[in-house]
Design a protein around this ligand. Structure first.
Ligand code: TRP
Length: 466
């Protein structure tokens, strides 16, 4: 028996859930450290261009496909492609997305598990002792904590439990209720931290580092990473926004929602970077390992402030919240596939798929511990891009998502009839006029050419990679 399809309670419900999906470890952990690795300004500018010219139009397209079809990715492509060119093959794009969701969730949940451990350490006071000595902090994170396979599996398990628990209860009662409380809270804590950062002496230097474009360091790899990061951060290229769009009412405006979610996501990433670099430059923290900024550099600084224990606990709680609303969206893509395509009940789908993702993620968790190269702490840096964990992150963010996004753009721009896309985008919004024309140019030409050119140049020109 098919369950009735749930819907958001209104425009704000969709926005909160979609922003919850977008804002996550990608903004708070990944964006600052890859910005650091890619030398700031120039990279940030390319990233912003990627969001504007590629991310925003593809986000609009994904929501459109979901709401039009009222189905999750595989079914959506099957239904919308019916009677058009390549009708038999398009559902494979949906399947690619579901697989990407499975893979991303399996390692994302491990990093999310680190935040739980840090909350516990902060609350019990243990983190204070470690953080008073930067060397001890690094030794703990890189050599003891990451190298302990059981702890990695344990954190991963706990976070998957939280995720499955939230998705279990469905769209309105589960996902939306969680996002409604957590998203505003997240913004508040972040704004408070940004207020503090603005008073530090490193603030000016941080702003210069982030916003003064310097293209002398910009490599082909950096451009691909900026694009991959835009997809990852906006939750694009695998049908997450498509799935959330399928729960959207036809009285809500898609273009407005896509714009608001993109702005919020970008703002959070930039805020996080401003906060972290202000602190790093103020306290002259050695950034020996960029991927460790969130877990080694920041705690040592927080504990130098009055009320450090409290700030630290609140901060990791915020990161955990942000990660949870993101893992929920990854989980939802995988379970809605089982619900819509395999005909499973929602509860069975979330539990069975959750267990499968947990089991697959254990391989990464254990590989983290077993991987001696990690002892230099450069978990995701160029030097130690080894191990299942970093390989999966690299592969999914820089290949699966952009390729998925390219195919989504081609399908929406070239396969779907113009009147269908226009009708769907104007439903709940009113006449779009030039905005529609502009979007159509972006989705037919600009986005596919940009993504295609970057992928092709990496393949054919063999730009230094890995
Ligand atoms: N956007 C999230 C982040 O930045 C991660 C994420 C959630 C995601 N759902 C996704 C990434 C779907 C790609 C596709 O942390």
């Amino acid at each position: 028996m098919a369950e009735q399809r749930g819907h958001w309670s209104g425009q704000i419900g969709f926005i909160l859930a979609a922003a919850g999906s977008a804002v996550g470890l990608g903004n708070l952990w990944k964006f600052p450290y890859i910005t650091y690795e890619n030398h700031g300004g120039g990279f940030v500018l390319v990233y912003l261009l990627a969001v504007l010219l590629v991310g925003l139009p593809i986000m609009t397209a994904e929501i459109l496909l979901g709401r039009r079809s009222q189905l999750s990715p595989v079914g959506a492509f099957r239904k919308l492609a019916a009677g058009h060119r390549g009708a038999r093959w398009w559902p494979a794009v949906g399947f690619l997305g579901v697989s990407a969701g499975f893979i991303i969730l399996s390692y994302y949940s491990i990093v999310a598990g680190w935040t739980l451990r840090y909350i516990q350490l902060a609350v019990t006071g243990k983190l204070g002792a470690l953080a008073s000595d930067p060397a001890a902090m690094q030794e703990f994170f890189g050599h003891r904590y990451l190298a302990d396979g059981w702890q990695q599996v344990g954190g991963h398990f706990l976070f998957m439990l939280l995720t499955v628990g939230s998705v279990f209860f469905g769209v309105k009662e589960g996902i939306e209720r969680v996002a409604r409380v957590l998203m505003p809270l997240l913004f508040l804590i972040l704004l408070a931290l940004a207020g503090y950062a603005a008073t530090t002496s490193g603030f000016g230097e941080a702003m210069g580092f982030l916003f003064r474009p310097d293209f002398s360091h910009l490599t082909g790899r950096a451009v691909l990473e900026a694009l991959g990061q835009a997809f990852f951060s906006l939750s694009l290229g695998m049908g997450a926004m498509l799935t959330y769009g399928s729960y959207m009412n036809r009285t809500s405006s898609i273009p407005k929602a896509a714009l608001e979610v993109s702005i919020m996501d970008t703002a959070v990433g930039l805020l996080a970077a401003v906060i972290m670099f202000s602190i790093i430059f103020t306290f002259r923290m050695p950034v020996s390992a960029s991927a460790g900024i969130l877990f080694t550099t920041l705690p040592t600084v927080f504990y130098q402030l009055p009320g450090g224990g409290l700030i630290t606990a609140a901060f990791y709680l915020l990161v955990a919240f942000a990660a949870l609303t993101s893992t929920i969206s990854l989980m939802e893509v995988v379970s809605s596939y089982a619900i819509d395509e395999l005909g499973w009940a929602r509860r069975k789908a979330t539990v069975v798929m959750g267990l499968a993702i947990f089991a697959f993620g254990c391989l990464s968790a254990v590989s983290l511990g077993a991987n001696k190269a990690l002892s230099n702490l450069n978990v995701f840096g160029k030097e130690s891009a080894v191990g299942l964990f970093s390989t999966l992150d690299f592969l999914s963010a820089n290949w699966l998502l952009p390729v998925g996004g390219l195919l989504i753009a081609l399908f929406t721009g070239w396969i779907l009839p113009r009147r269908d896309t226009q009708d769907e985008l104007e439903a709940g919004h009113g006449r779009l006029g030039r905005i529609y024309t502009g979007w159509r140019v972006l989705i037919r030409f600009v986005a596919p050419l940009a993504v295609g050119a970057i992928i092709a140049s990496i393949i054919f020109l063999g730009m230094e990679y890995q």
